[in-house]
Design a protein around this ligand. Structure first.
Ligand SMILES: Nc1ncnc2c1ncn2[C@@H]1O[C@H](COP(=O)(O)OP(=O)(O)OP(=O)(O)O)[C@@H](O)[C@H]1O
Ligand SMILES: [Mg+2]
Length: 250
């Protein structure tokens, strides 16, 4: 049977991942089984978040004809890396749906699906409509303006949104959505849940890195920003609604 007509792979993204030679970790399995269209992945370095997103992306492009999928990251190099994984998987499968255009930054399939890689600049993303999946890699480092510019693209299409990142301070949209956003399915994956990261390696990292860096990179922790003089808690404690501002209205 042709891969693209294989109903099992179309319906089961875990089977699809296995076809690509990947045995998903428990959290990855949950993600692949999920039908949620609002997903936040707060995962440690090297846990496989880009790999999983690449699988979700390719699966959608192959089995949902006419999909427009946008891959964004703060820098083009990062979105390109994600796209590189998508392209690698597509080639590994033997291009089950023929390409119409296979370029460095985009893949267009004969079933009408398109995967487009974009740098994290608000200007480049305006003009895309009908997006069925929007992926924000390294989302903790994405500018708020970019996030505000991309959300309306999902309004008419009803598209899905995935944001994946290792934390980067108590600020920005990824932090805000993770701590207070509504409607998200959340995955938190510290390094001790990643079978490919050994305890010995983590011991070494713990000894070498400043403790806040270790917590950020390997324990999914939103740490105070490096250059922040006052902690977020201090700032919040200092705010009061009981004092009338000297200028302007309350
Ligand atoms: N379930 C799995 N089985 C085998 N290898 C895996 C699995 N998940 C991820 N990997 C491998 O782990 C490595 C890291 O994956 P990936 O780049 O997706 O992680 P990441 O969380 O995006 O990392 P970073 O934080 O550095 O961007 C890759 O070599 C990938 O192939
Ligand atoms: Mg990554």
């Amino acid at each position: 049977m042709e891969l693209r007509d294989d109903l099992r792979l179309a319906l089961d993204r875990v089977a699809f991942a296995e076809k690509l030679g990947i045995t998903p970790d428990p959290w990855q399995r949950d993600l692949l089984h999920s039908a949620s269209d609002r997903v936040l992945l707060n995962c440690c370095r090297q846990s496989g978040k880009s790999t999983m997103t690449a699988i979700v992306t390719l699966h959608r492009a192959l089995y949902h004809p006419g999909s427009l999928i946008l891959c964004l990251a703060p820098a083009l190099r990062q979105s390109q890396e994600l796209f590189g994984k998508v392209l690698g998987f597509y080639r590994d499968l033997g291009r089950p749906v023929s390409p119409q255009g296979e370029r460095k930054l985009s893949l267009e399939l004969e079933n009408g699906s398109r995967i487009v890689t974009l740098p994290g600049s608000e200007k480049t993303i305006r003009g895309f409509s009908g997006t069925s999946l929007l992926v924000l890699d390294e989302a903790a480092r994405v500018e708020d303006e970019l996030y505000f510019a991309v959300r309306p693209m999902l309004a008419v299409s009803g598209g899905a949104l995935m944001m994946l990142s290792t934390p980067y301070g108590k600020r920005g949209v990824f932090y805000e959505e993770w701590t207070a956003g509504h409607g998200w399915e959340r995955y938190e994956v510290p390094a001790n849940q990643c079978p490919r990261i050994s305890e010995e390696f983590l011991e070494e990292e713990r000894a070498v890195l400043p403790s806040w860096v270790y917590r950020q990179e390997y324990e999914c922790s939103f740490e105070e920003t490096e250059d922040q003089v006052f902690t977020t808690e201090m700032v919040e404690r200092a705010l009061t609604s009981e004092v009338t501002p000297l200028f302007g209205s309350a």
